[in-house]
Design a protein around this ligand. Structure first.
Ligand code: MN
Length: 237
């Protein structure tokens, strides 16, 4: 038993500026890195996702700032709508700029910052603009740097533990969206350890359980009742 008031560890999280990374299988798979700035979420789409390896620079395309209530969204954007596809809350926590004037850092094209309370991402990072809306996301060398590919080793939602396919299935996604979500869960086969090996040397079964392609074999499945985080906020500015 502890004399600490309940809920205290969580309270600190709400004090900082929010960061969220949403894994998003739209027309292409990417990871949306969003940093709270002046009441909105400044956003970059990172096609390969963040890398914990300081030697690996990841392309990050600056996108429109998103409303903050989008941070809690995990579910499926209907086909035909902008960004249609499955969205996962891949990581979240707080962030802190290294220099106080974030607007100036963005205008200059170099934003150094620290992430905290992330389940996957923490420590010191930098976003550097190379041209126009094109930036690079780079991990600084610190105790949170690592060689592991965190997009492969930590693929699940930090709020629901679900996979992309699990999110899509629960939201009653179309068979096509289920296929795309399931493919987004799979480790990239071409980069995988078995890619260069002859088939006879590969494991009979996949090392990680592969989601059922499509999920279309379960037509009777009803969408589960949706939690608040499954509801998509109205599109913002
Ligand atoms: Mn996106």
């Amino acid at each position: 038993m502890t004399p600490e008031p309940a809920g205290r560890p969580g309270r600190r999280r709400t004090r900082g500026l929010a960061f969220v990374v949403q894994k998003h299988r739209a027309s292409h798979l990417h990871y949306d890195l969003r940093l709270e700035h002046e009441g909105a979420m400044q956003s970059w789409a990172v096609p390969k996702g963040p890398s914990l390896d300081p030697a690996t620079k990841r392309l990050a395309m600056m996108t429109e700032p998103h409303p903050m209530d989008y941070n809690g969204f995990e579910g499926v954007i209907p086909e035909g709508e902008y960004g249609g596809g499955t969205v996962m809350i891949w990581d979240r926590g707080t962030w802190e700029p290294e220099a106080s004037d974030v607007g100036a850092a963005l205008a200059r094209g170099e934003l150094k910052f620290r992430l905290a309370y992330g389940r996957k991402l923490n420590g010191s990072w930098v976003l550097v603009r190379t041209r126009n809306r094109q930036w690079l996301l780079i991990k600084h060398r610190d105790r949170f740097a690592a060689a592991e590919d965190v997009t492969v080793t930590r693929p699940r939602s930090v709020v629901s533990r679900r996979t992309m396919a699990g999110i899509a299935r629960a939201a009653g996604a179309t068979p096509r969206q289920l296929d795309l979500a399931a493919a987004a869960d799979a480790p990239r086969a071409r980069d995988g350890a078995w890619a260069g090996e002859p088939p006879s040397l590969r494991p009979r079964t996949a090392p990680a359980p592969a989601p059922t392609p499509g999920g279309a074999s379960r037509p009777g499945r009803r969408p589960r009742s949706r939690s608040s985080r499954s509801r998509r906020p109205a599109p913002g500015p």
